[in-house]
Design a protein around this ligand. Sequence first.
Ligand code: ATP
Ligand code: MG
Length: 297
Amino acid sequence: MNKEIINAPLGDGDSLKIAVQKKGRLYDGSMALLKECGIDVSNGNNQLRVQAANFPLEVFFLRDDDIPEYVQDAVVDIGFVGENVIAEKNKQVASVEKLGFGKCRLSIAIPKSGTISSMDNLDSKRIATSYPLILSKFLKEKNINATIQEISGSVEIAPRIGLADAICDLVSSGSTLFSNELKELETVLRSEAVLISNKNLTAEKQSLLDKLLFRIRAVKKAKNNKYVLLNAPNDKLDAIIKILPGMKSPTILPLAESGWSSVHSVISENDFWDVIASLKANGAQGILIVPIEKMII
Ligand code: ATP
Ligand code: MG
């Protein structure tokens, strides 16, 4: 899509313009996040631009590589894109919020059986990548003198066809590397999807972005936390309260059965299993874990 098409008015002209990957690995996560934020972008039959039905947001579907430049040049106001793309494109945009999906790493990988076994062995070798800028900075830092072979796709087959000795590409599970008889040697960059913004938003656009961010943070916070309900004998309450700090402190309600209480609290996904184990060890029973939809504190 060219920049003129984007600039033609569709909505009321005051909407916040957001760029989202048109199709690919970030599409589902981006659309799911907007939906969880209560923003309905489902009813458009225009495949390139959709005006949200219930929020002043206009969604543009683009190739992910174009998103940093379009945000920098104020063709759109904000975008969802991988940190790897931001680092490679090197545009002037503000990274506003990590989004928690699209997690991957940019790694150097080498043939499973071959002469290369360490980073030092890469000196004077050829490395195929779609990330020449990130890779050249990394090699410079490590003082490695390799040749960068820039290719735009199917990087993982480059060693097999004699185009390169190693590759530098995105990895999540590692299954693509495995099926191409490659193994990871070194992580160059860790990445996830982030919200980026133009650096000179008008006050009106900034206020719309703040509203969207408020929702995104509430959704993210809810995903990182679980609601826990349990029954505890009253003589164990002190120990259980220490394990469960809650948002202020846990809610404690007496049960019909004397000597027992019901305890309600919120626990973080990160220490979830440790907390459950110590709750059980301290006499908690009937533990229920409930997902939280939104969390505003
Ligand atoms: P486009 O046509 O929009 O340019 P693309 O082929 O460049 O798409 P995808 O493969 O859809 O891009 O990946 C988009 C983003 O998803 C990547 O830039 C990265 O941030 C993220 N990602 C997460 N896991 C992976 C992975 N295992 N491989 C590739 N990208 C991943
Ligand atoms: Mg791309």
